[in-house]
Design a protein around this ligand. Structure first.
Ligand code: SF4
Ligand code: SF4
Length: 104
């Protein structure tokens, strides 16, 4: 279980580093985000939700029944548009209103 960071999209804002509860993300020599210890990531998704440029995805490996799909999110106000892209390129979008998050 771990995130994937697309360095080419990262603008080095540092938000993901501020919100990671395990202090797992740091800047590399180019000022881009990179994960220190991928195996320590427990998938809280905080960094994914904070990244405004969609540079972080969550890898849904076989251990999670994800067959290698990648989960990303785009926020519009209170709405999170969660996107799951399969290895074959199929895309599924699930919209979640953050105001309802305590109801799940
Ligand atoms: S998913 Fe959570 S634990 Fe994992 S790197 Fe992001 S903020 Fe840290
Ligand atoms: S929040 Fe996104 S853009 Fe900002 S440092 Fe992290 S990965 Fe890069």
């Amino acid at each position: 279980m771990s995130i994937r960071i697309q360095s080419e999209n990262c603008i080095g804002c540092g938000r993901c580093m501020e919100v990671c509860p395990g202090n797992l993300i740091k800047k590399d020599e180019n000022g881009k985000a990179c994960i220190r210890r991928p195996r320590d990531c427990w998938g809280c998704t905080s960094c994914i939700k904070e990244c405004a440029v969609n540079a972080i995805g969550f890898y849904l490996g076989i251990d999670m029944g994800g067959r290698g799909s990648v989960l990303t999110v785009e926020k519009q106000g209170h709405i999170c548009h969660w996107q799951i892209e399969s290895p074959e390129g199929q895309v599924r979008i699930i919209d979640v209103d953050q105001r309802d998050s305590n109801n799940y």
